[in-house]
Design a protein around this ligand. Structure first.
Ligand code: CA2
Length: 151
C-alpha cells in the first residue's frame, strides 16, 4: 500500500466558505477534502487531510509525514508569512512539497508577498481558487510517478 499524500491547511481555513467569498469562494473545506480525495483516487493515491489553527499541530503532522507520507501539499494560511518553525519542519521532508494558496497573495497586501514556506517548496500554486487543490493533487501524482524528490 503506497503512502498517502499529506494535505495540510493552516489557521482559519476551517471557516472556508463562510466569509470573504469574493476572495476565497463559497466552497467548504469539507468539500475541498472530497475534491482532493476523488482526484487522488483517480490517480491511484490516497490522501491524509488536516486543518489546524495551531502551529505545533502542523509541525507534528509534517514530522509524522517524514516516514509516512509520499508528498505534502500545504496551504499554511497566515503561517506562510510568519513561520520559520514550519519552514524548518518542511526542510526535514525530502519528498515533493507543493505550497498552495486559494488567493493570489502577490495581488494583495505587501506583507503577503513574503513566504517563508517557498524556501522549502518544490512548486507553488496560487490564485486559482479552491480548484488549486485538485490541480495540486494532479501535479503531486505526476511528480510521484516521475520519482521526483525535493532537490
Ligand atoms: O489564499 C490563501 O489560501 C491564503 O493562504 C489564505 C490565508 C492568508 O492569510 C494567506 O495570505 C493566503 C487566510 C486564510 C483565511 O481563511 C478564511 C476562511 C474563511 C473565511 C475567511 C478567511
Amino acid at each position: 500500500m503506497s503512502q498517502p499524500i499529506l494535505i495540510l491547511n493552516g489557521p482559519n481555513l476551517n471557516r472556508l466558505g463562510t466569509r470573504q467569498p469574493e476572495i476565497y469562494g463559497s466552497t467548504s473545506l469539507k468539500d475541498v477534502e472530497e475534491m482532493c480525495a476523488k482526484r487522488a483516487a483517480a490517480r491511484g493515491h490516497t490522501i491524509s487531510f488536516h486543518q489546524s489553527n495551531r502551529e505545533y499541530e502542523i509541525i507534528d503532522w509534517i514530522h509524522d509525514g517524514i516516514d509516512n507520507a509520499a508528498g505534502i501539499i500545504i496551504n499554511p494560511a497566515a503561517f506562510t508569512h510568519t513561520s520559520v518553525a514550519i519552514l524548518d519542519a518542511l526542510n526535514m521532508f525530502n519528498k515533493p512539497i507543493i505550497e498552495l494558496h486559494i488567493s493570489n497573495p502577490h495581488k494583495r497586501e505587501a506583507f503577503r508577498h513574503v513566504s517563508f514556506i517557498t524556501y522549502a517548496a518544490t512548486g507553488m500554486i496560487c490564485g486559482l481558487g479552491v480548484n488549486g487543490y485538485p490541480l495540486a493533487v494532479d501535479a503531486m501524482a505526476d511528480m510521484l510517478a516521475a520519482g521526483s524528490d525535493n532537490s
